[in-house]
Write a protein that binds this ligand. Structure first.
Ligand SMILES: Nc1ncnc2c1ncn2[C@@H]1O[C@H](COP(=O)(O)OP(=O)(O)OP(=O)(O)O)[C@@H](O)[C@H]1O
Ligand SMILES: [Mg+2]
Length: 425
């Protein structure tokens, strides 16, 4: 009798580039969301507790560029929708007021709840308040600049704007009133409202302060509404600069690179669905190259798949493909960001990269992305620290560096120092 192996036709599994499952890209849904089970479980409990009127804190996801904050935020949103919550999402932008985007997000959230509501006039009453809120510009002198034309939102709401609620022009008062009313609609249908805010570190100081105050007020009322934010590692500092109680108001979850098991899963699970396997040595090398950073896992995975002729994929395949992955990262992930910096800012970052290498070597860190004291940067460039403040502040505003601890700066982009050190001056 022949063994099953001997009976199997002698097929070689080709790795078909058309079926390449990997997805490097901003906010691109990965073929396998690896290593985030804990965050998803925590959020399930949060949703259940809030819907039952139990106290819970809003969630803030923080992490470096490309670790998967946006993807996780979108997944949490789907989770909320599965719980029949009303949801809306905002992407904060520097110099843009929160008023119009938050109105659009709440409009969306309440539209999701409306079909299950028994009293259409309650929905209409809310929409009237929403319209008044959206159309109310900050009064001159308070909150600074007049709204730009594109900020004047004409919501597609048929009911007339009401007056006397959420329309004072003071964003803090208005936001509390608007969110309270949105939560009341959700209470009527026995669920909640979740507002998701991506790139939250880019909100203006006044808006951050108003949002903290609103979350504070709503949690005291036990109202079923939460804000789920995502941002760079200095988001906690941005929030606590606005309101000192923010540390107790939010639950921070650091989204980090994937550990070895999760990174292997991110590569192997989608491959398995295409009946493609990896040799162990190939996975070793892929982890060494990606450092477990989700964006890099996808980028190296994609290039390797394209180059591998057959399954199982080998370490030699990874070695052949790596330069292509690196070239693509240099243009798309690193280069596009580097180009946003002025010559003075580039000089500042080059000094950072050199110092981070020294610090990294001294402390034995493998990723060389250590935070660097700003005083050392000034010394390295032979400048007075104060004269470098504009460059530093501009780089923070552009989201290229952040200041996690006072007096230090670090790159928001993983492996950015390594990239800069390979660039000609
Ligand atoms: N858990 C995960 N498992 C596998 N791949 C992931 C995971 N999370 C994210 N990715 C992949 O990583 C890449 C970056 O994800 P995402 O855009 O969500 O990162 P981010 O933290 O929002 O980055 P940025 O700060 O630049 O906005 C995407 O290609 C995505 O498919
Ligand atoms: Mg993102």
């Amino acid at each position: 009798m022949s063994s099953p192996a001997a009976r199997r036709p002698d097929t070689v599994r080709f790795v078909d580039p058309v079926r390449n499952p990997y997805a490097p890209g901003a906010g691109q849904r990965p073929p396998e969301l690896a290593g985030r089970g804990r965050e998803l479980d925590v959020f399930d409990v949060v949703l259940e507790r809030i819907a039952r009127g139990r106290p819970e804190r809003s969630l803030m996801l923080t992490g470096l560029r490309g670790v998967g904050k946006t993807v996780l935020l979108n997944t949490l949103r789907s989770q909320a929708i599965n719980h029949l919550w009303g949801t809306g999402k905002i992407e904060a932008r520097p110099d843009q007021s929160l008023r119009r985007p938050v109105a659009a997000a709440l409009h969306m959230a309440v539209r999701e709840l409306a079909p299950r509501h028994r009293a259409p006039d309650r929905i209409d009453a809310f929409l009237g308040v929403l319209k008044a809120f959206a159309q109310r510009a900050a009064p001159a002198g308070r909150g600074g600049a007049a709204p730009k034309l594109r900020d004047r939102w004409q919501p597609g709401i048929d009911v007339p704007a009401s007056s006397g609620r959420a329309d004072s022009g003071d964003i803090e008062i208005d936001l509390v009133e608007l969110l309270t009313d949105a939560a009341a609609v959700a209470t009527d249908v026995g669920t909640g409202v979740a507002i998701f805010i991506d790139e939250m570190q880019d909100l203006g100081a006044e808006d951050v302060s108003a949002l903290c105050a609103a979350c504070h007020e709503l949690s005291q009322l036990g109202a079923p509404l939460i804000v789920v934010g995502a941002g760079l590692p200095h988001l906690p500092a941005v929030l606590s600069a606005a309101k000192s109680y923010s540390e107790r108001l939010f639950r921070y979850q650091r989204i980090d690179r994937l550990d070895r098991i999760a990174a292997d899963q991110a590569l192997c699970a989608p491959a398995e669905r295409e009946e493609v396997e990896y040799e162990q040595k190939a996975l070793d090398l892929l982890y060494e190259k990606s450092g477990g950073y989700p964006y890099f896992v996808q980028a190296y995975g994609k290039a390797t798949w394209d180059h591998a002729p057959r399954s199982p994929i080998t370490a030699a395949d990874v070695r052949v493909a790596a330069p292509e992955a690196e070239a693509e990262l240099a243009v798309g992930f690193f280069g596009s960001r580097f180009e946003r910096a002025t010559p003075a800012e580039r000089e500042y970052m080059r000094a950072m990269a050199t110092l981070a290498l020294v610090d990294g070597e001294e402390s034995g860190r493998d990723d060389m992305d250590a935070a660097v004291p700003t005083a050392e940067i000034a010394r390295a460039l032979g400048r007075k620290p104060a004269s470098l403040s504009p460059a530093r502040d501009a780089l923070i505003k552009k989201g290229l560096i952040y200041s996690g601890e006072r007096g230090t700066v670090a790159f928001t982009v993983p492996h950015f120092g390594r990239y800069l050190r390979t660039q000609p001056a």
